[in-house]
Structure formats: structure tokens, C-alpha cells
Design a protein around this ligand. Sequence first.
Ligand code: ZN
Length: 516
Amino acid sequence: MAGVGMASEEHPERSEADAFAAACHHARQVAVLASVDALLGWDEQTMMPRDAADYRAEQAAALAAVAHRERTDPRQGDRLARLAAGRLAMAGTPDERATIRLLAKDFARQARLPPRLVAELARTRVEAQQAWAAARATSDWGMLEPWLRKMFDLKREQAACQEPDLDAYDALLDEYEPGGRWRAIAERFAGLRAGLVPLVQACATARRRPDDAVLRRSYPVEPQRRFVTQVAERIGFDFHRGRLDTTAHPFCSTMGPDDCRITTRWDERFLPTALFGVLHEAGHGLYEQGLRREWYGLPPGAAASLGIHESQSRLWENLVGRSRPFWEWCFPLARAAFPAALGDTSAAAVHEALLTVKPSFIRVEADEVTYNLHVMLRFDLERAVIHGDLPIGDLPAAWNDRFEQDFGMRPTCAAEGVLQDIHWSAGLIGYFPTYSLGNMYAAQLMAAAEEQVPGLEAGFAAGAFGDLLGWLRREVHAAGQLLESEPLVAQVTGRPVSAAALLESLRRRYGPVHGL
Ligand code: ZN
């Protein structure tokens, strides 16, 4: 690794074009290291034998040290500072301008972190996650509380170092949703919550309610594997540039411009687990496979934000995969794969079963309608803690109070409430809102696609998804990071971002099957 980033240093960079090429080369080398780390992580989750964990931790730590040194190489900092003040940053192509601006921003954020804080965050992340696993297993909040106090303190310090002029929560949010500001998000979420709470109540108490029994019959794993692979292939996931494997916690991970790995888990007693897991992760994968290949490792070839990433997964999972036309195409395929389970039923019955709404304590088991209430609760609580408005010790009660307000039921133990997610102990603060932003962006994008691309639904019914994917590729994927998420969605859809499209979509799809 000693030679990484050195090649261009043997000759002084006389022209601005040379400096730009050298800065890009350096960033691509950092991306190479990150992709090796991703490969180690994928292997750990899918293939690695249990007893290999200790040495894998050494491999990951050694690689992280090299990557951090490379990422904060002062020569790259000098180069980016010169470029940011130069002609290309003002008058270059949009790709060149975005590359300089975003590489310089990322470098500055990294360089402002004191090495002591980086090390302490890394150590605390490992220890706090261990404490979280033990605390959740025994539903013992007291075991996690001191670790969360420490983690929130460190994250506040990180925010102050990285973005001294920004609100602390906005500074943390910026890592996941560049340019996102909590005040604007809170305003949109307030509108969403005001529409969702009555919709959840109406669905939960409706006299007509879908029944998901048909989805809980016997679905053996091997036919499931063939079935979901066919579905992923048909929506456009390229298996020559990707794979599907088995894991405990599904994810999508990219190890290079032609290597995107998705994973799922299998439940023989519940068809949606693997199918919708794969539609979700393949949605992430379609975005990764649709990014501009020639800019791999640089901002024009990178995902705009976690919110935009989630919009792509949610769009395929919920807005395509839970639609009636999709099931007109998909049902015969499903019945051929599971003749015993689906022989006596119909596309309409399976489609209706997929629209079951049932409030539950656990976010990752939530249906599409209640899901965003789980997210908004976390967004409000983590923000209050970062801003010093909510002491850590009051988190469990605050959680339960808010849950009862929104869902009409109260968690009976901490494992059903404040202890259920790994995010805070992993230092992922400012991450939760990107889930609901993704749902809002997805609904708004889908409404625009329906307006702009004729015959979309008829295509779904015939198993043709290329028109939708082509539109997403052109409008969203090709943009990379040239625009931040909200301006991107506003440009593509012709409307400012709001909760209106998501509420409209939920009411339109869930209202009729509940007799509303
Ligand atoms: Zn996702």
C-alpha cells in the first residue's frame, strides 16, 4: 500500500488539469481501499467461519489505519485547497465543479477531527454495541445508559469540530443527508404525522381488514430462492455485476463498479420476508448499478444521500412490489413456484394480504403505513438529546409516552421500546430521518414517473419494468451527487419536497382494502 497516491507526486503538478487528475486519482485510491473493506464486511456477514472473527478484526483494523492515513494525506488537502480557489472550481463542467467542491468538503470534515476523538469514537462504538446487545437481551436499560451518554457526548464533540458554524444535529445529519436541515425536515414530518396517526387508527379499527394468512403458509427455501432471483432479474438487477446471498441482517454492499452484492434471509412460514427484502435490496442495487461507471469513486458517480438511496429501495419494494399490476404479472410466477401454498388463491387475494396494517412495537417488523411513525419518534428524541433538551436518563419514559400517543399502546419493557435499535450505540445519530425522507422522496418520484412515462402500470402487469428503470437512471442515478437530495427531487418532480405524495399514495392504496 506504500505506493498508493504516490504516482502523481513524482512530478510537480504544473497545471490545474494535472492537479485535478491527481486529486481524482487520490480519491479513487481511497475508494479502492473502501471497497476492500466492504468486501471484508460482506464476507464476514455471509461466508466467514465463526472462529475467524478475531483475525478478521485485525485485518479490518489494519486496513482502517491505512485508509485513514490515505484519506487525510495533507498533499491531497493542499491540492484541493488550490483547486477550490482556481478556475475549474468556477468555470469547469458541472462534474468537475462538483468533484472539487465535494472532495474539498469531505477532506475538511475529516481533517478537522482530532485523532484522539477518532480513536475514542471507534473504541466506544465497539464497546457500546456490545453493551447494547447484552442490554437488549435482558431488557436492562441501565446497562446501556452510561454508554449512550458517552456516545452522545462524543457525537456532540464531533459535530462541534467538523462544522463549528452549524447546529450540532445538522452537522451530524450532513454526513448522511448532505445539506439536510432539521428544521425543514421537522416541518415536513409534522405534516406526515398529522396525516398518518388518523390513517393508522382508521385502518386498525376498520370493519373490513385484509388478512395475511395466505402469506403464512409453507414456502420452502429453494423455490423461494429461484423465485426471488427471477423477480430481481426481471426488475433489472444485473447478476453479471452482482450477487444474491444469505445473511441474518439483509443489506446491499458495493465492492466496485461491477460488483454489487445484495443479501436476504429466508422464512419458510412467511413469503414477504425474502421477497420484499430482495425487492428492497435490489432497489438499492439498481441505484448502485445505475451510477455513472466512469466516475466511480468520485462524487458524480456516487449516491446523492442515504435518503435518495432509501427512496430507490422503497420505490421498488412498496410502490412497485405492493401494487396490483405487479401482482398480475408476478402471481402466476409465484403460483408455479409454490403450487401447494397458492393453488387455491388469486393475484387479488395475495395483493390484498400484502396491505395488512398492524401496529407493532418493533420498527423493523412494521408495515408500510405505521413505519414512518417509528422513524419520526426516533428523530425527535435523538434531536432533543443532542440539543440538551432531554437527559439520557429520561429517554425510556419519553419513548414510551410518545409511542402511546402515536400508536395507542405502550411498550411493556425496554426491549420493546428504547433498546430495540443498534443505531445510537453504533454512533449513527442523524441517520434515522433518512428512512422517512426516502419514503417521501419515493412517493414523489413515483407520482412524477406516472405523469411523465405513459403506460407504466400496464408495463408492470406485463412484467416490463424497463421504462421505470430507464427513467430513474436518467433522472436520478445519472445525477450522482451533482445536486443535494431536496433540489434533486424538486428538479425531477417539478415540486418542492413534501409529505403530500406519500400520504396520497398510502390513502389511495390502503383506503379501499380497508373500506375507507
Ligand atoms: Zn434500505
